[in-house]
Design a protein around this ligand. Structure first.
Ligand code: ZN
Length: 101
């Protein structure tokens, strides 16, 4: 599966067109600069999961192909509480990654 297909499926998860357009934009949105690395795959401030995020942006320019052929990239989320955070897609919990299959 190509990354573009994954992004397409990700965009379909969100009803809002604004969120989908943000995810496709090759230029990082301004809020991405303030994002902090979340060690858990949820908002480090209020612990909300990604389905309540206001915006999502995927860093396609920093795609990493691992030795086991797994593609790794940064997923940026702007939480509804205002906190911006990012995590590796590979850190996504199994329940979330089932949405991509
Ligand atoms: Zn939050």
């Amino acid at each position: 599966m190509t990354l573009n297909v994954i992004i397409l499926r990700h965009a379909k998860m969100k009803i809002s067109g604004i969120v989908a357009m943000d995810a496709f934009n090759p230029t990082p949105p301004a809020w991405v600069k303030k994002a902090t690395h979340a060690l858990q795959f949820c908002c480090p401030s209020c612990l909300a999961r990604t389905d309540s995020a206001q915006s999502v942006w995927l860093n396609r320019s920093a795609l990493v192909i691992r030795e086991d052929n797994l593609r790794k990239w940064q997923e940026f989320y702007q939480c509804s509480c205002g906190k911006a955070w990012w995590a590796w897609n590979t850190d996504r919990p199994p329940l979330d990654s089932s949405l991509f299959n």
